[in-house]
Each structure stands twice: as C-alpha cells, then as structure tokens.
Write a protein that binds this ligand. Structure first.
Ligand code: ZN
Length: 274
C-alpha cells in the first residue's frame, strides 16, 4: 500500500479528465483515491468563491498544480486581443488565489491571421502579462500544441518554438508545459527539451490512439497508444524537472464510462505506462 502511494506521489489529474465530476466531487474522489495533485480547469472554479475553492483543496490535502487555461492572444480584432489580455490577468489572479503555481497558455491562432503575425501577437501578449505574473508569483506556461491545431488553437507547435519565445521574453516568469500528446512526434524533441532545461514547468500525459477518431476528444489513456511516455519523461527529468505528471485526457469514450472505475484505470495506467 505504501509503495502504491509512493508511486502516485507525483500524479496529478486535470479536472477535465474526470469531466463527470464537479469540483467538490473531484476533490473528494481524488483525495480518497490517493491522488494529491489537481490540474484545475477554470470552469471548475465557477459557482463559488475562490476562497471556498482553496478551502476545498486544503481540506482534502490537494495541491493545485496548474490552472488551465489562459492564452488565446491571436485575433484580427484589437478589441478581442485586449479582452484576452484582461481575461489572462483574471486567470493569473485565480491561479494565485487557489495556490496554482502556473497558468497554462494555449497561445491562440485564427484562420485569418498568418502564422508569422500570430506568433508576433503571441509574443506581445505574453510580454504584456509578465509584470502581473511577477506581482503574483505565477508562471506563464507556454504549451506547444500539435500542428494539427495550428489553424485555430495555437501557432506555437513545438518545444523549439516555445524555447525561441522564452529566449526572446527572457523572464523567469515564462516557462513551457510539455504535453506528450502534442510533441511526441518531433524529431528534435530530446534536444529541445534539453535546451528548455529548467524552464520546463509542466509535464502532461495521455496517449495517441490509432486511429484517432476525433481530433480533440479522442485521446487515449496512457498505454493505449503509440507514445513512448517513459522515454519522454526521462528526457524531461534529465533537465532536473521534479514536478507533477499531469494526466490530461479529453475522451468522449472515457467520459461515457463509470468515473470511479476510470480513476482506478488512470492510476493503474500511470504506474505501468508513465
Ligand atoms: Zn496539456
């Protein structure tokens, strides 16, 4: 039993993974199941004060690992770009209030905005948030997304691009969240993780299924697909990373199953395939 608890000591689960559970239920189920870290999606904070959410986490011995998600810096419309910055500042405030050390950034893209311009807007957007992030002590975590999302979710698609951005922004408040789903295919991955070094602030796990039936909501549980997660984890940890392993799975298939059984399967998959 102790061995099992030890094996789970760095397991965190995103609230979207167990989407069937609202925040109080997820807190209770995670705690009972020996899961100590939670990646919180912002929707799960709605309907109660941030203080109440923080109290719920504390009462269950849970740590907020990340707040998901900020970003979406890209638009042809300057009014929307400004609104995104305001929303990102609120997101940083929320993260600080619940004790999450980082806000995960889905940086944004829009079909009408050329990628080069999109990346410029992303750089400017993150730069505009650094002072606020610094005042709160919350990291802005750039999450590169798989290029299949380069049309409307993110123009930052590799760890290498995140490194370029971080080099340019040159702030300890900007890091990179590495999600195996998005970066597993990259031939430069090991080298770029090395280059990211201690700027790696998050590690997200799931698996890539064949065939993938839905580009957004058909992620696999670890071990169901083709990603060599232990190898990527070893590269991440070779940089000195000792943070959480965050299970982030969007899956219509798994969401349709019994969540208690699913939580057991997540823990089993985590122990065997991460
Ligand atoms: Zn992720």
């Amino acid at each position: 039993m102790e061995q099992i608890m030890d094996n789970l000591s760095r397991l965190a689960i995103h609230t979207i993974t167990t989407k069937q559970w609202d925040f109080p239920t997820a807190c209770q189920k995670f705690a009972t199941g020996g899961v100590r870290g939670m990646g919180i999606w912002r929707q799960w904070l709605e309907g109660r004060s941030l203080e109440e959410s923080k109290t719920l986490l504390d009462d269950h011995g849970l740590e907020a690992v990340s707040l998901v998600r900020g970003g979406f810096f890209v638009s042809t419309d300057p009014v929307k770009r400004q609104a995104a910055l305001d929303d990102n500042r609120r997101c940083l405030d929320e993260a600080q209030a619940v004790g999450a050390p980082q806000v995960v950034l889905v940086c944004g893209a829009e079909p009408g905005v050329p990628l080069v311009e999109a990346r410029k807007q992303i750089t400017e957007g993150i730069a505009a948030l650094i002072d606020h992030a610094q005042a709160l002590g919350v990291i802005l975590a750039i999450e590169p997304l798989h290029p299949l999302y380069a049309d409307c979710r993110s123009a930052v698609n590799t760890v290498g691009q995140a490194n370029d951005l971080m080099d340019q922004l040159n702030s300890p408040l900007v890091g990179v969240a590495v999600d195996v789903y998005h970066v597993w295919w990259d031939p430069d991955l090991e080298q770029q993780l090395q280059r990211a070094g201690e700027r790696i602030c998050g590690f997200h796990v799931c698996d890539w299924k064949t065939p993938t039936e839905d580009l957004l909501n058909d992620r696999g549980l670890m071990g169901e697909g083709c990603i060599d997660i232990p190898r990527i984890r070893s590269w991440v940890e070779a940089t000195g990373f000792q943070g959480w392993n965050e299970v982030e799975i969007f899956s219509n298939r798994w969401w349709a199953t019994d969540p208690d059984t699913y939580l057991s399967k997540i823990k089993e998959a985590y122990i065997n395939h991460v």
